[in-house]
Design a protein around this ligand. Structure first.
Ligand code: SIN
Length: 489
């Protein structure tokens, strides 16, 4: 087994203490590339979550009363600690998640960037003074922390999704209880350990670990607690909808970053090489396991065959293997459930008439590896048009004209990201306006950055993460009517 980093933590983190589950039960954390157990972590439940909420509540008074500059200093130190340990963090991420080391390095920097960015944004949480409706009064509006907040994060970006929530939440003065994905708790625990080193006070950031069996109890404890005033969730649309229903009980705020079904459109006036670069990264990054992956690729009829041939040539060169091996550019899928889903979608599409140009099988490396795959003739009758593939399968459909492409792209209840390639400036504005998504990539397949608002419309979610907007969701407004300001007699 590869050497594990020194700061690897294998206990939950509650109130500044590294703690086991009350039951003593433990959960295996696997290397998805080998199926080998890397380490075990506690199977915590409702009682430990309630304890973490209490610790967070106890820390809230002190943390929220600090100056924004003080909090920013701690968050900047946290970012610096991540950057100083970037290589170890990246190796840990690859070990528990499977993505190639080169991608893990990018994710660690992306993750650290949220601490740097929101340290600064926390200092700019300005309020307002509104022209008053009374001569004897002033109207002040302030932006305030919510209190204790919950974070529930996925396995596909085990570092960046943690910091994209924790950084704005803490910068605004909240204290967080985080439940990382059962498959990838180690990156979250490593982030907590570095936070401790960076001076994050006990109770301000807590991590409760657990498996599939414990997740509902942990979620329920967060939702039912009157102390928890917001939950930020990244995951499936089905779970997000249920979470929102459950949060209605005591009106806990939610922000939801849910499933996507991104269209990736290539018009015949596009720079084809640029479109191929974009398609490759947008489709095959993280073995296709991103919410913003090109789920449906639409290519204009006149360039369709040329584009497919060139994409196959690129996909053929993708080196599949353990993410820690040199030159590997595609790791395994996260687990057998993920693999079975990809197999089902490919089988359904080919049965219904799609043509396989490349791949379409489990990879010879075994385990949960899947071949980079390219298929054409994909139609709305196929499940792959409607479900998030979360695998390295390029599903291509040809289209006639702009209207045709827009209609097909918008024919989905999801609305996270959409992409298109064109060099026609009129078309660029028309299509960018027409796509019903929260994010549009024009002539790029990579839109992720801490400075821009990430989030979807329709059934892809509510709220935005990252950017100056991303901190507002972790605050609430207070209006103060300051009256009695009569003129001096
Ligand atoms: C996601 O897939 O949910 C996040 C991807 C990103 O931020 O790049």
């Amino acid at each position: 087994m590869a050497q594990l980093p020194e700061f690897l933590k294998s206990e939950g983190y509650v109130g500044g203490q590294w703690v086991a589950a009350n039951s003593g039960n433990r959960l295996d954390v696997l290397d998805p590339a080998t199926g080998e157990t890397l380490v075990t972590v506690p199977r915590m439940g409702a009682v430990e979550t309630t304890e973490a909420i209490a610790k967070a509540q106890a820390a809230f008074e002190g943390w929220s009363r600090r100056t924004a500059v003080d909090r920013a200093t701690v968050l900047q130190a946290w970012a610096a600690a991540m950057r100083a340990n970037a290589e170890d963090l990246a190796r840990l991420l690859t070990l528990e998640q499977g993505k190639p080391l080169s991608e893990s390095r990018v994710e660690i920097e992306y993750a650290a960037s949220f601490f740097s960015w929101f340290a600064e944004e926390g200092r700019r949480l300005y309020g307002d003074i509104i022209p008053s409706h009374r001569t004897d009064a002033r109207i002040l509006v302030t932006r305030n922390a919510l209190g204790v907040v919950g974070g529930i994060t996925p396995w596909n970006f085990p570092s960046a999704m943690v910091t994209r929530k924790a950084a704005p939440a803490l910068a605004a003065g909240n204290c967080m209880v985080l439940k990382p994905a059962e498959a990838t708790p180690l990156s979250a625990l490593a982030i907590a350990a570095l936070g401790e080193q960076a001076g994050v006070p006990a109770g301000v950031f807590n991590v409760v670990t657990g498996g599939r069996e414990e997740a509902p109890q942990i979620g329920k404890a967060l939702i039912d607690s009157p102390l928890v005033r917001k939950i930020g969730f990244t995951g499936s649309t089905a779970v997000g909808k249920q979470l929102m229903r459950d949060c209605a009980g005591d009106l806990t705020k939610v922000s939801l970053e849910l499933g996507g079904n991104a269209a990736f459109i290539v018009f015949d006036d596009a720079d084809i090489e640029a479109a191929l670069d974009g398609a490759q990264i947008c489709k095959f990054r993280n073995a296709g396991q991103t919410c913003i992956a090109a789920n449906r690729i639409f290519v204009q009829e006149s360039i369709h065959d040329k584009f497919v041939e060139a994409l196959c040539a690129r996909a053929q060169d993708i080196e599949v293997g353990h993410g820690l091996e040199q030159n590997v550019s595609q790791g395994p899928l996260i687990d057998t459930r993920g693999l079975e889903k990809v197999e089902r979608l490919v089988a359904d599409a080919t049965e219904k008439g799609a043509t396989l140009h490349l791949g379409g099988q489990c990879h010879a490396a075994g385990g949960t590896y899947y071949q980079p795959t390219v298929m054409t003739g994909v139609t709305p009758a196929m499940d792959i048009s409607h479900e998030e593939v979360f695998g390295p399968v390029a599903a291509i459909t040809s289209f006639r004209d702009e209207q045709d492409a827009i209609e097909m792209a918008n024919d989905t209840p999801y609305g996270l990201a959409g992409y298109f390639y064109s060099r026609d400036v009129g078309r660029i504005f028309r299509v960018a306006d027409a796509l019903k998504t929260g994010i549009v990539g024009v002539n790029t397949g990579l839109i992720s950055t801490e400075v821009a608002p990430f989030g979807g419309v329709k059934e892809s979610g509510i709220g935005r993460e990252g950017s100056k907007y991303g901190i507002e969701d972790w605050t609430e407004l207070k209006y103060i009517c300051l009256a009695g300001l009569e003129a001096a007699s």
